[in-house]
Write a protein that binds this ligand. Structure first.
Ligand code: MOS
Length: 720
């Protein structure tokens, strides 16, 4: 398919794209939050008089006067807490009051006038301090523990046993668009304009919390300005806005500040991981063990399946993985772009590099020696896997053959230079989805599907999918999305949208083509299984080619448009469905200043069929940039005395900027995965964020001879 440019690009660059906070209503009241300044304890005093007396203030809601939400909130609300329900504080940043006023400035001014006193309780926020209280969590989208083969026998059979401990920092999603919810209550119906990765999730949770029937809650998200997981589940602000709107009547707009976003919708939890590898001299793995701990909140559980990738990557006869969670007094962590493998492969692929040096085996050769032909933990065949080609093509593009094996031997001017690589892999999430496709007499096609556009290219590629079936130009096809009035589709998460929503769109388009063909047959002529559309004409190609004007066809039937529905649900067919690839990094470390910088990154991916090479490349390079952030920059450091994350802004929380990102080389091997779905596509975006951290850390070792096992790697780590 074509590298169609972004259909939503012009709207985004001209400001025409409407995000939640862009919605303007005459009766709007602006909401501003007052948030807790302690990590744990109780509110002992609450004085709202100054805030209530401030100009323009309509109401101040606290736990004393806020409407009660349902005691049993159901749906995807792992956070679980009812906002403004009691005097407890479980994390710094927890909302303790919401001020409603006639302007944003007045609401914010008054929110600062709310006086709160607290009785502080002991709280642990530091990751390592929390480890002694780690416990086994409940299973989530991945099992907590797995074990195949005989680990002890595997380790006993090894010539070399390597056990290493790795750490990843807590990180924040930091999407460009801060969280925003506009809630409108007209006395009967709640409409939410929300920055969301899952409008049906929001509908379910808000309806449950407000004890409204689902059909009385409509959720709209035409554009979402990045989510990366932060907007996947539901968070307190998404309940506070509709609660306030219902209490006051009319419209309430709540936009979180950047600072508030650091304690408002989760974060990627810090992990501590131990990887144990047993291997023979020739590099053959005899055992793999991966034990991971991540921080979670004190009031709810988030389990980060860091060892998930380890379960399916290398063909060892014994593989054991375990997970624990350690409670800290912060808001609940949540998935963040490339959960599981994104944090876990840093450990596994660093350990593989360490093993390669221990044995004196080339890192790619070590991986090829342990190449898995089937999923080593489940025994299932892979639905498709061209990882060997990725190593080969990646090595060729990157120039791996020129790399000396010895670390610390390349110098270019002031820079120590090194190259490292890593395997990449990601689970393939797919969700049930449904869609409707409608064609009008002028040949214009509309796709309706309740999915979301979080920046990945849905407005661009879904029309391509429908156009391919209908045989028309993608420019003829529009898509309406992000609305609970549309056919239900899953949340936009787990890199699942193309395979899931695309399959539903394809099914609906095929149903439409058949419907049009049978309409043409009813009007006389040879029976046809299917039809294509060229401009305003229906084309039947079975037997002599016939062209029928849609206008005539519809006119004869007395209709103005024809619609068809389609749906799709995943089925693994007994296959292990994963994506794979190889990533290569070159770093330069200033010999005196010890600042590590990435100078080259090459990724080659085995990820099923690529629907749009342009948007797909954007997804992979975006993932690589996340990996640079993980390796060298991003960390949310908790401050033990204050019980908060130190930096609540993008000056202190460093994300990669253009100067940190070299030219990125991302490409795909040709693949069609018939088991993943009828499009042949799998998930791509998050795959690009996996393995990069390890490849960069391995390159830093290669440049300097210093092995850093905790990311981000900072100049201090490289001082000698
Ligand atoms: Mo993503 S962490 O699957 O929203």
């Amino acid at each position: 398919m074509s590298g169609r440019t972004r259909a939503d690009g012009p709207k985004k660059v001209t400001g025409a794209a409407r995000y939640a906070a862009d919605r303007a209503f005459d009766d709007v009241r602006y909401a501003a939050l007052t948030t807790a300044t302690i990590p744990a304890g109780r509110i002992t005093g609450l004085d709202t008089s100054a805030a209530e007396a401030a100009p323009g203030v309509v109401a101040v809601l606290t736990h004393r006067n806020a409407p009660r939400l349902s005691p049993e909130i159901s749906g995807p609300y792992p956070h679980g807490l009812r906002p403004l329900a009691d005097d407890r504080v479980r994390y710094e940043g927890e909302p303790v009051a919401v001020v409603l006023a006639d302007t944003l400035e007045r609401a914010q001014e008054a929110a600062a006038l709310v006086r709160v006193t607290y009785e502080r309780e002991d709280a642990v926020v530091d990751t390592d301090a929390a480890l002694p209280r780690a416990y086994r969590p409940a299973d989530s989208f991945a099992p907590v523990d797995t074990s195949v083969g005989d680990l002890e026998a595997g380790l006993a059979a090894a010539d070399v046993v390597l056990e290493r401990r790795y750490g990843t920092a807590s990180r924040h999603h930091s999407p460009m668009e801060p969280a925003a919810t506009v809630a409108r209550w007209d006395g009967e119906q709640m409409t939410l304009y929300d920055a969301s990765q899952g409008v049906f999730n929001v509908q379910a949770v808000v309806a449950s919390a407000l004890e409204l029937p689902k059909d009385k809650v409509r959720v709209v998200a035409e554009y979402t300005g990045g989510g990366f997981g932060a907007k996947g589940f539901i968070w307190p602000h998404e309940l506070i806005a509709p609660m306030a709107a219902k209490a006051l009547g009319g419209t309430v707009k709540l936009v979180l500040t950047r600072a508030q976003s650091f304690a408002a919708h989760g974060y990627q939890p810090a992990t501590r991981q131990t990887v144990t590898l047993g291997a023979r001299r020739d590099g053959t793995l005899t055992a793999i063990r991966h034990d991971a701990v991540n921080v979670t909140s004190t009031y709810a559980e988030h389990f980060e399946p860091a060892a998930e990738g380890t379960r399916g990557l290398y063909a060892a006869p014994a593989i054991v993985t375990t997970h624990k969670v350690a409670p800290v007094a912060t808001i609940l962590p949540t998935p963040m772009r490339a959960p599981a493998e994104g944090v876990g492969l840093f450990a596994l692929e660093s350990a593989m590099d360490e093993l390669a040096y221990e044995l004196g085996v080339d890192p790619i050769a070590l991986r090829l020696r342990n190449h898995a032909e089937r999923n080593p933990s489940t025994g299932q065949p892979f639905s498709s896997k061209k990882l060997r080609e990725c190593y080969e093509e990646g090595a060729r593009r990157f120039g791996w053959a020129d790399r000396p094996m010895a670390p610390g031997v390349q110098r270019d001017g002031d820079d120590l230079v090194g190259q490292g690589m890593a395997s990449v892999t990601m689970f393939t999430a797919r969700f049930p989805a449904s869609a409707r496709v409608t064609i009008r007499a002028d040949g214009s096609v509309l796709i309706e599907v309740g999915t979301q556009e979080i920046g990945t290219g849905v407005y661009t590629i879904m029309p391509q999918v429908a156009a391919e079936v209908l045989g028309c130009d993608p420019g003829q096809v529009r898509i309406a999305l992000g609305d609970t009035l549309l056919p239900e589709a899953g949340m936009t998460a787990g890199s699942s949208t193309t395979a899931s929503v695309g399959s539903a769109v394809r099914a609906a388009a095929r149903a439409l083509a058949r419907k049009l063909a049978s309409m043409a047959f009813a009007e006389g002529g040879a029976p046809a299984e299917t039809a294509t559309v060229e401009g305003g004409e229906l084309v039947l190609r079975e037997g002599p080619v016939r062209r029928i004007s849609l206008r005539d066809l519809f006119g004869q039937s007395g209709v103005e448009s024809v619609s068809a529905d389609g749906s799709w649900a995943p089925d693994d067919g007994g296959y292990s469905i994963k994506t794979f690839g190889a990533v290569f990094a070159e770093v330069r470390v200033d010999a005196d200043l010890r600042i590590p910088r990435v100078s080259r990154l090459t990724g080659v991916y085995s990820a099923g069929r690529i629907i749009n090479p342009l948007t797909a490349r954007g997804q992979m390079t975006g993932g690589m940039v996340w990996g640079i952030g993980q390796a060298l920059l991003e960390q949310s450091v908790p401050e033990p005395a204050l019980g908060r994350f130190v930096s609540k802004n993008l000056a202190g929380y460093l994300v990669p900027v253009n100067a940190d990102v070299p030219d990125l080389d991302a490409s795909f091997v040709d693949e069609f995965d018939e088991h993943a779905g009828p499009l042949g596509a799998k998930g791509i975006g998050e795959l690009g964020a996996t393995g990069v951290g390890a490849a960069i850390a391995n390159a830093v070792f290669h440049a300097t001879g210093i092995r850093v096992r905790d990311v981000p790697i900072t100049p201090e780590d490289l001082l000698v």
